[in-house]
Ligand binder design. Structure first.
Ligand SMILES: O=C(CO)COP(=O)(O)O
Length: 141
């Protein structure tokens, strides 16, 4: 079954979570800056360090900061998905470094699959997710 990704009238903003591993944080900040206008129309969540880094560069973005990933932030984002309070996830994964909380990352990925949440793990897919949100926002209901 296809999810209807249009925001309901009651939920006029897409709810998007942003996460980046350490080696990908600079790319995430640059990406967020590039999509600043579209992201300003979203309700944003982020793991602690990722969100703080984005806010340094884009202080106008309203981001709800969760805990840092290794301290449970990935699981908090997963809980948002399980409660159906998230419409998309951008998670810039570093495939070349080991992470002590790999099990949390796997659990988060699994929940995004279970709940059919658009999940972008690299730049080009993240661009498509934002373009998709913007196109759906403009589509007459
Ligand atoms: O570790 C992370 C994702 O697994 C990201 O967490 P931070 O944004 O707190 O660094």
């Amino acid at each position: 079954m296809m999810r209807d990704l249009r925001p309901s009238p009651a939920m006029a903003r897409f709810r998007l979570a942003l996460i980046a591993h350490d080696q990908k944080k600079a790319a995430m900040v640059a990406w967020a800056e590039r999509h600043r206008a579209a992201l300003a129309r979203c309700q944003l969540y982020a793991t602690g360090t990722t969100g703080s880094r984005i806010k340094e560069r884009c202080p106008d973005l309203d981001i709800t900061l969760m805990k840092s990933g290794p301290l449970g932030g990935d699981q908090q984002i997963g809980a948002l998905i399980a409660e159906e309070r998230l419409d998309g996830l951008v998670f810039f994964v570093d495939p070349l470094s080991p992470h002590p909380h790999d099990v949390d990352v796997k659990a988060l990925t699994r929940l995004a699959l279970v709940y059919d949440i658009p999940m972008a793990c690299n730049l080009s897919t993240a661009d498509l997710v934002v373009a998709g949100f913007e196109a759906m926002r403009r589509r007459p209901s």
